[in-house]
Ligand binder design. Sequence first.
Ligand code: HEC
Ligand SMILES: [Cu+2]
Length: 330
Amino acid sequence: MYKSKHVLPIVIIGIVVAALTAAQALLIDWLPPAASEQAGRTFTLLWVLFWCSAVFFVIVTSVLIYSIWKFRAAPDDLEDGPPIHGNTMLEVVWTAVPSLLLVAVAVYGYIVLSNNEAVAAGSLKVDVYAEQFAWTFGYPDAGIQTGTLMLPVNRQVELNMRSRDVIHDLWVPQFGVKGDAVPGIDNVIRITPTQVGTYPIVCNELCGVGHSVMRAKVNVVPQAQFDAWLAKSKGQIAAATVSAAANAKAGGAPGDVAAGKTIFQTTCTGCHAGLGTQAGGVGPKLQGMPGLTQEKVTTQITNGGGPMPGGLVSGKDMADVTAYVMSLQK
Ligand code: HEC
Ligand SMILES: [Cu+2]
């Protein structure tokens, strides 16, 4: 008799709470589509955890709402409640069930982590250089560098994370993996892309004024297309080296405009939009800037100024990027 009086209203409240909980879980697009093996496992783990929590959330919240409504003390009721002894059975159950669940979740989480970090045979090595406020990617086996990460699909990539200044964090939401780039520490993360496509690379660690523009892209392509891209990039580097040498021989400008454009793309476009030809970035439009001399450009690059940090590039890179900026003035 005691039971039947309370069960029905609690169940009705429970159905409402469950519907609201399920609606916000299902109707909102919480996660992007998984585009890597790691993301598949991580996202599944996340949803398992969520639905387990949701069950207990609904039970606890329903009883709570019912109790607040039904057992509220009358405004003039100042006495202590009746003394009651606990319910041993209930206490054993509410200790044992969460303990078992915690162990199960820990084991499941461990399995996901060790699978996600497992080293696959024949993985591709890529060096990631993070700096305020740009990403550069190096392919040590091919000897090339790029500002857009190119990855073959269905092959594990080993990203060796390095920072040239402060702590940054590489995050591709669709890959479900994040990795810190910490000065002085080589940190490795492994990702196996499973879907061809283009995804954003986001810096996920507040790293300075340009943090919000510290973005790049990753292109996941079929292996054959990746090989073709590698071969083409190697060829371009060889050609650029030859033309720079020829240029130097002919006593031409010390910097190579084409090489400078590539450096500008990776290091400067984060702030100077459209390769320096557009306004609207953190930094000004550089094309047709009145009174900009070669000397001013090198001074700005060396010392920085305003939100622009100094020392982003030096040596031959500086000569090349200066040549590129000056080529915009013609
Ligand atoms: C963090 C954002 C940021 C990055 C990265 C950046 N700049 Fe700048 N840059 C600026 C800002 C902001 C200014 C305006 C500075 C000022 O107002 O003092 C500026 C100004 C300049 C100027 C104009 C200097 C003058 O005399 O007015 C040049 C040239 C320039 N940047 C070149 C570059 C080059 C080349 C790179 C890449 C190596 C680069 N910038 C990277 C933000 C940036
Ligand atoms: Cu950053």
